[in-house]
Design a protein around this ligand. Structure first.
Ligand SMILES: [Zn+2]
Length: 197
């Protein structure tokens, strides 16, 4: 099981504006960031972070999925963390993703089974919590908790965990909104209610 689905669906987090200085450009032609994004997100990574193209190692797939054991994602993470020794990992989901809208993706050979499960749990959670939310807000929350779940999952992988501990690698969860052409940061609340910055 890639996620603790119960923990994922109950996540408490803040949505913060993305300060362009969060990841400063090094000015060097060397990757310092692994960017995990979705193939249909239309996000422009270098503009979002205001860094040079050489500073980002980009890995995109359908739904910014890294937790399902596929070799392409695993290799991208191993390459950038163990060999390139990037300083940051950004997982960037996006609102309006065609994959998270899909409720019955039989044609995808199980690729998005965890998202499908989260989709259902998210609907149940919102109904139980009696929040009167429209379809767009439901989708947005699904994108948010899902992106946080993938970011969390990555931070727990042995090589990423070691890099966080030993050399200060940082992980970040972003959501891109095509309509406003902006990214926001998702920051989980620590126990006691204060966000972890
Ligand atoms: Zn997408």
């Amino acid at each position: 099981m890639p996620f603790d689905f119960d923990a994922v669906i109950h996540k408490q987090y803040d949505i913060l504006p993305l300060d362009p200085s969060l990841i400063k450009t090094t000015g060097e032609q060397k990757p310092q960031i692994l960017w995990v994004g979705c193939s249909d997100s239309l996000v422009l990574e270098t503009l979002t972070l205001d860094v040079q193209p050489e500073e980002i190692f980009v890995h995109r797939n359908l739904g910014n999925v890294v937790s399902n054991g596929d070799l392409s994602s695993e290799s991208a993470v191993a390459w950038s963390v163990d060999l390139l020794k990037v300083k940051h990992i950004v997982v960037c989901g996006h609102y309006g993703c065609s994959l998270t809208k899909e409720k019955d993706p039989k044609a995808l050979y199980g690729w998005s089974k965890d998202i499908t499960k989260l989709h259902k749990l998210n609907d149940e959670f919102l109904e139980l919590s009696d929040r009167k939310v429209d379809e767009t807000s439901r989708e947005h929350r699904l994108e948010e908790v899902y992106t946080l779940a993938e970011t969390d999952w990555l931070a727990k992988q042995p090589n990423v965990k070691a890099a966080i501990r030993e050399r200060g690698l940082q992980t970040h969860a972003f959501i891109y909104d095509k309509d406003s052409n902006t990214c926001v940061r998702l920051v989980e609340k620590a126990k006691g209610g204060k966000p972890e910055i």
